[in-house]
Design a protein around this ligand. Structure first.
Ligand SMILES: Cc1cc2nc3c(=O)[nH]c(=O)nc-3n(C[C@H](O)[C@H](O)[C@H](O)COP(=O)(O)OP(=O)(O)OC[C@H]3O[C@@H](n4cnc5c(N)ncnc54)[C@H](O)[C@@H]3O)c2cc1C
Length: 431
């Protein structure tokens, strides 16, 4: 049975409650529903994490409101674009169980939606044989080392002396924007209300199980619980709302698509069984097979310069990330990708880095107790985990604990805010 959180007096207060709504039919419908029932969970931020959390909470019977500051599916955050990868090869042993849980939940969501956003592929990790991070990833992800010259991609990769390669079967490419849209549509199908162009500026506790969410336009919403998933804006919002210092540093990064050399286009596609891959060492390079733009392949470098999410350099931000990728391609994939003219497409995106690159999944605490939950700091590797994180956040908000995480053997202590207590909070970029 779903647990319904109905705080006494749960209601939504609209600045224009007594006036005619100027926003048209959708809002009128929302108005009527809200007056009748009120919200159990208000989710702030509609990237992949907020959209998954809204869906998970709605699936558990909660009356959900999902608020987004910009247009839905906008390009100013971290969840937009054509592709993200899923892999179980993680340096830290606590992530593979979360990836496996997420993979099951991706399957379930796609079944509910009736269409696919995830294309399974093999995954390939490569790098210097003695690289400690690579060795741990191979072990934790159950990858199998093999001589690249004897494998299916022998003609594509020429590994430097002393390098090794390993494949694993849990891999794939998610259509990023399509996946976010899918979770929003599924949430709405389960009864959630989704509002964009609605910036949350404050969250306050009015009483036990009664949270007031205020927006920049003066609207106010009540919820029994609140989930904050605002990506690169997490530090700013959590500081102003709760006075908590969250060491989440936004980075401006670049996705680059390169032209595949004439005659080679068919070899690097998902249809041909080409893998997603990661190359360890410095720079750390990642790629998805040629898929979204025929004749182009995404090869990019992990990282980027620190940025202010409200004041980004859209023209030259991340330009330093291009040269190392071109040099890597020329050395490791010679004869397959044309680097001379630079990338054909560059797309800007943001990482939200924590000092240890582990996520933040926790109750905000203090006066909010267990009424406000935060998911942030996904450090450039969170997308694949979206459905798992969304489920964990929803269960923490609604039940005070994440039963699904415990059942899947996930240790949430790695994601607690308290781990930063003894850190020098000035972010030290590793890149
Ligand atoms: C180039 C790139 C490649 C990546 N590749 C991978 C990959 O291959 N695999 C993988 O697993 N992960 C990958 N990631 C990481 C992954 O995309 C992110 O971890 C994930 O998208 C973070 O989602 P989010 O919901 O936390 O943040 P966002 O998508 O930024 O969502 C936060 C939302 O909150 C909204 N918001 C902010 N403030 C407010 C407010 N005050 N009121 C209302 N709304 C607000 C924002 O507008 C935004 O829509 C990659 C990231 C990038 C940038």
């Amino acid at each position: 049975m779903p647990v319904l959180l109905r705080a006494p007096g749960l209601r939504r207060v609209h600045a224009a409650d007594t006036e005619q709504s100027e926003r048209g039919g959708a809002d009128d419908a929302m108005e009527e529903g809200d007056r009748r029932r009120g919200f159990d969970v208000v989710v702030v931020g509609a990237g992949i994490m907020g959209s998954c959390a809204a869906y998970a909470a709605a699936c558990r019977g909660a009356r959900v409101l999902l608020l987004e500051r910009f247009d839905l599916l906008h390009h100013r955050g971290s969840s937009h674009g054509e592709s993200r990868t899923i892999r179980a090869t993680y340096t830290q042993a606590h992530y593979p169980p979360m990836v496996r849980l997420a993979a099951r939940l991706w399957d379930g969501a796609q079944r509910d939606a009736g269409y696919r956003v995830l294309t399974p592929t093999p995954h390939l990790d490569m790098g210097p044989r003695g690289d400690a991070a690579l060795r741990a990833a191979i072990e934790n992800g159950g990858a199998v080392e093999f001589p690249i010259a004897d494998g299916p991609w022998a003609g594509v990769f020429r590994l430097p002396q002393g390098w090794t390669a390993a494949t694993s079967s849990l891999g794939g490419v998610m259509k990023a924007t399509k996946a976010v849209a899918m979770f929003q549509a599924l949430a709405v199908k389960k009864g959630a209300v989704v509002r964009d162009r609605t910036e949350v500026v404050d969250v306050t506790k009015q009483g036990e199980g009664l949270i007031l969410v205020k927006t920049s336009s003066g609207e106010e919403f009540h919820g029994a619980k609140c989930i904050i998933t605002v990506g690169a804006w997490a530090s700013k919002l959590v500081k102003s709302v709760a006075g908590v210092d969250l060491p989440v540093q936004p980075l401006h990064t670049l996705i680059c698509y390169w032209k595949v050399k004439a005659g080679r286009e068919g070899e690097l596609t998902t249809d041909a069984g080409f893998p997603t891959f990661a190359s360890y060492g410095d720079p750390y390079i990642y790629s998805t097979p040629s898929m979204e733009f025929p004749g182009l392949i995404k090869v990019a470098m992990h990282g980027g310069p620190p940025c202010d999410p409200d004041n980004r350099d859209w023209c030259t931000g991340g330009a330093d990330l291009v040269g190392p990728v071109a040099r890597w391609i020329d050395e490791v994939m010679p004869g397959h990708v044309d680097t001379a003219g630079g990338p054909v497409i560059r797309q800007s995106c943001m990482y939200s880095m924590t000092p240890d690159e582990d996520f933040v999944i926790d109750f905000v605490g203090g006066e909010f107790g267990k009424d406000v939950v935060i998911g942030a700091g996904f450090s450039g590797h969170g997308f694949k985990m979206g459905p798992a994180v969304g489920t964990i956040l929803a269960e923490m908000a609604m039940d005070g604990a994440a039963r699904t995480a415990a059942e899947a053997g996930l240790e949430l202590r790695h994601f607690r805010i308290g781990r930063f207590d003894h850190l020098d909070l000035r972010y030290k970029s590793k890149i």
